[in-house]
Design a binder for this molecule. Structure first.
Ligand code: G4F
Length: 364
């Protein structure tokens, strides 16, 4: 039985990756930070009944994986490397998936130091800890399209130069370069998945996709009046998170370590995403110019009005981030199937199903 250690196991990707690895027969150890509130709703359905407190009732949508005693959570913190080193020694993982870190790009302008600590320096600490292991370990680092920022080529591939435009992208570029150094200098099997936006019904509510699909369901249910969004013209290369975690695992099964762009190759604007999501729940959208519309008001035709709110503008927004995933296709046989507005429809359906199902929590 293979053993994996996952940092960031309670997040969207961590939860899908855990399902994927449990189905493949792995023993999984997850690193969790202590907090006053339990934040494990995305993985509670995978934990065996005896595995401690903090369980959230309800089950995750779309999962067929049963609870397992092959999943064990450990308290630790990437800011406390002694705890991480101790855990590595204790569980001796064959594979380490490093998904933890401050993942909100807009927020990285507000808390740049924490962002760089968590995404940059913590990765360096993990690399150092793995360098000292006396057996070979395979390491996946969650890199990001944000490293390309204002890209020097479109679409971007593994050969495109990094040109980040925010602290988050800088930290990811730093960590990715360090993975190269540890691979080339110490022979560590370190891979960076250069993932473009990948979404799901488990996405956090402060990312634009989930903010939109939750609003569509809530407005439809009469539980929300307003939706404020930032830059509607921004475009993203959106895929579906469960498909991306498959590629993460595949990257650690190759003969030689490699970096791979994980992307759909298609752009979709926030406006298009919102229109598809609202249409899926039977609502028509009307966009009005900045400041002109009354938020959430239904027009004479019954359409919902979206208001552009400058509070959600970023000091700089990445542009033309669209990936060329040819290498992933050739080496892993990986190809995303759920793309752009497909993702919007799937997420809106899931949020509406949750909203209209009595007794079901919205975080289930
Ligand atoms: O949903 P977002 O916050 O995602 P963003 O910034 O693209 O970052 C995500 O994808 C990256 C690539 O995989 C990851 F590295 C990163 O960790 C994260 O998962 O924003 C998407 C776009 C931006 O252009 C933003 O300006 O949506 C625009 N936007 C417009 N209105 C908004 C809003 N973003 C947010 N969060 N909230 C808004 O109201």
């Amino acid at each position: 039985m293979k053993t994996a250690l996952i940092t960031g196991i309670t997040g969207q990707d961590g939860s899908y990756l855990t399902e994927h690895l449990l189905a493949k027969g792995y023993a999984i150890h997850g690193l969790v930070r202590r907090a006053s509130m339990f934040n494990r709703s995305r993985i509670d359905h995978l934990r065996s009944p005896g595995d401690g407190p903090g369980r959230t009732p309800g089950s995750q949508q779309g999962t067929t994986v049963a609870p397992s005693d092959r999943l064990v959570l450990h308290y630790g913190d990437l800011a406390d490397l002694t705890s991480v080193r101790r855990l590595l020694k204790k569980v001796s993982p064959n594979e380490v998936y490093h998904l933890a870190g401050q993942s909100h790009v807009g927020l990285s302008f507000e808390i740049p130091e924490v962002t760089c600590q968590e995404n940059g320096m913590a990765t360096l600490g993990l690399l150092e800890a793995m360098r000292d292991l006396d057996y070979p370990v395979r390491f996946y680092h969650a890199a990001s399209s944000e490293m390309f920022g204002s890209p020097q080529a479109t679409p971007q591939s593994e050969a495109t130069a990094f040109n980040p435009v925010n602290p988050y992208g800088c930290a990811k570029a730093f960590a990715t370069q360090l993975c190269h150094v540890y691979r080339n200098s110490y022979g560590l099997f370190a891979c960076s998945g250069i993932a473009y936006n990948h979404e799901s019904p488990r996405r956090g509510e402060n990312f634009v996709t989930r903010k939109i699909t939750l609003a569509a369901a809530r407005i439809k249910a009469g539980r929300q009046a307003a939706l404020h969004l930032g830059n509607l013209e921004a475009q993203r290369d959106w895929g579906y998170a469960p498909e991306y975690v498959t590629a993460m695992w595949q990257m650690l099964q190759t003969e030689k370590p490699l970096d791979c762009v994980l992307a759909t190759g298609r752009l979709c604007s926030i406006r298009e995403f919102a229109m598809a999501a609202f249409k899926e729940v039977g609502l028509e959208l009307k966009f009005e110019g900045r400041g002109e519309a009354e938020v959430g008001r239904r027009t004479d035709t019954g359409a919902v009005v979206i208001r552009v709110d400058p509070r959600y503008y970023r000091p700089a927004d990445s542009t033309h981030l669209v990936g060329d995933a040819s290498l992933a296709r050739q080496t892993l046989g990986w190809a995303p199937k759920t793309i752009g507005t497909d993702v919007a429809r799937l997420m809106a359906r899931a949020d509406w199903a949750t909203m209209s199902e009595p007794g079901k929590s919205q975080t289930d």
